[in-house]
Design a protein around this ligand. Structure first.
Ligand SMILES: [Zn+2]
Ligand SMILES: [Zn+2]
Length: 478
């Protein structure tokens, strides 16, 4: 365990690094990029250094600073890199110089396809990121200038109805600042959940200070997809040592879930994934079995079953049968501790390949049903009598319905959780995810495949959309 003096020294190192890198950032921006030299972030840091550990209330000097950001304009056109002018920080706002931000797959439609309708506000694209705090608003109490923070996509405010009931994964104070944080050609710019910008302006409840040697690029895997994937197997779903777990989807979310299941001591981890290199990676990261869903893409209606409502249990599903075979216990005898059918826990990390009404077709491949509906039905069917299923994805067609036989829904004792935070309480759980990465039990490096500068953000999303690699990361200031 690090001594107190080590911690202080680490903080100083971060501050120094922050100040140095701000200098680089300013150079990158070119002459005149910082509209008010006396109010630049370097000045802010010096001011705080002089005050020791005091909160940086006196450093609220971001107003007028010009930074590059990947923004969705108030038009139907895809986002582009623009130079925006920051406003003065208010209340709980924090300005973070972005070191790394992961391109979440759920944004690829927004980035690569024209919007069906023009958004009302100009908004910075992204699902959080990692960076160094350069300035804080007057009400910020937990974050200090110089801190390296993970800016989570999911908030933990600690005060809302969900948070005080232990359900921070459903925090009601999520999203970006409700007021504009910058301007572009006289129009207000909203931060959104931020990420793809040189400086993120977000509320402090999204920020988690971290004191670690794990690189910002690796840490950026935890801002959104890591919260979801690790949360699914390490929080809400009671994966125990010796459990059997099946994970549908070995993308950025599913591969975190696979690792979470391994860390929790699952006996059997079955990854279902259509893309070969992702199956290989799942095996390296802890899956004991990998399954290509195209090889078991056969669903036959059961003779006389179900009354024709199109529900999962009406089908003789080859993939479900295969997974049940893999999970067969050494005895079926219910008087000898046997009798379970299928895995203990089922994780859904696939989603639908859809943006509005447009179907997204990843070049590297996708599963047999791009709507994602078949996977949802297979997951429900696979959950055993006392097992747990959890889903953590989006993109399903709104005009379709998950159909569950009412007697199963009412009486089967299957448990089901849903939510893209996967059950993660960011302040409780993300520090332990970081710790697991530090000691080598969580491999973030294998997931953080490729980095891109800010001016190639569109390309980074394109590669993510095509699933050419597991994850792409934008590094706006490094
Ligand atoms: Zn995301
Ligand atoms: Zn909350």
């Amino acid at each position: 365990m690090a001594s107190k003096s080590t911690r202080i020294s680490r903080r100083r190192v971060l501050k120094t690094a922050g100040a140095a890198a701000v200098g680089t950032g300013a150079a990158l921006l070119g002459e005149g990029a910082l509209a008010h030299p006396s109010t630049d972030a370097r000045g802010a840091l010096s001011e705080v250094e002089g005050q020791g550990q005091a909160p940086a209330i006196g450093t609220n000097t971001q107003a007028g600073r010009r930074v590059r950001a990947f923004v969705k304009l108030d038009s139907t056109e895809p986002p582009t890199v623009q130079t925006i002018t920051l406003r003065r920080l208010t209340g709980r706002q924090v300005a973070v110089r972005t070191e790394a931000a992961q391109t979440c797959y759920s944004s690829v439609g927004q980035v690569l396809l024209p919007s069906p309708t023009a958004p009302q506000n100009i908004t910075v694209v992204g699902h959080g990121g990692v960076g160094i705090v350069e300035a804080v608003g007057p009400e910020v109490s937990a974050i200090q200038v110089g801190d390296r923070v993970i800016v989570n996509f999911h908030s933990t405010c600690g005060w809302c109805y969900s948070c005080v009931r232990g359900r921070a994964d459903q925090c009601l104070n999520g999203g970006g600042p409700s007021e504009a944080t910058a301007d572009l050609n006289g129009k207000p710019v909203f931060s959104g959940t931020s990420g793809m910008t040189e400086v993120m302006v977000v509320y402090q409840e999204k920020c988690l200070p971290v004191f670690t040697s794990v690189s910002p690029v690796e840490l950026s895997m935890l801002t959104c997809v890591g919260n979801c994937g690790l949360g699914m197997t390490m929080t809400k779903v009671p994966v125990e040592a010796g459990s059997d777990v099946v994970v549908f989807g070995a993308g950025p979310v599913g591969l975190h879930a696979v690792q979470g299941a391994r860390i929790k001591g699952a006996a059997r981890i079955i990854a279902v994934e259509p893309i070969a290199y992702r199956r290989d990676l799942a095996s390296k990261l802890g899956a004991t079995d990998v399954v290509d869903p195209w090889r078991y893409n056969e669903r036959r209606r059961r003779p006389g079953g179900g009354g024709g409502t199109g529900t999962a249990d009406e089908f003789d599903d080859a993939l479900v049968n295969h997974i049940r075979d893999l999970c067969k216990l050494s005895t079926d005898r219910t008087w000898a501790t046997g009798g379970r059918i299928g895995p203990d826990h089922v994780i859904e990390a696939v989603g639908g390949d859809r943006y509005g009404n447009v179907l997204i077709k990843p070049a590297a491949g996708s599963g047999p049903d791009p709507s994602g509906m078949t996977v949802l039905h297979q997951c429900w069917e696979l959950v055993s009598r006392v097992g747990t299923g959890i889903s953590g994805s989006i993109g399903f067609p709104n005009d379709q319905r998950v159909q569950i036989p009412p007697n199963q829904f009412a009486d089967s004792s299957k448990h089901w959780w849903a939510g893209t935070a996967g059950g993660t309480h960011t302040r409780r759980d993300v520090p332990r995810y970081v710790r697991l990465a530090e000691v080598g039990k969580l491999d973030l490096k294998a997931l953080a495949s490729r980095t891109y500068p800010l001016n190639q953000t569109t390309e980074a999303y394109r590669v993510a959309m095509n699933r050419e690699v597991v994850a792409t990361i934008v590094t706006p200031t490094t």
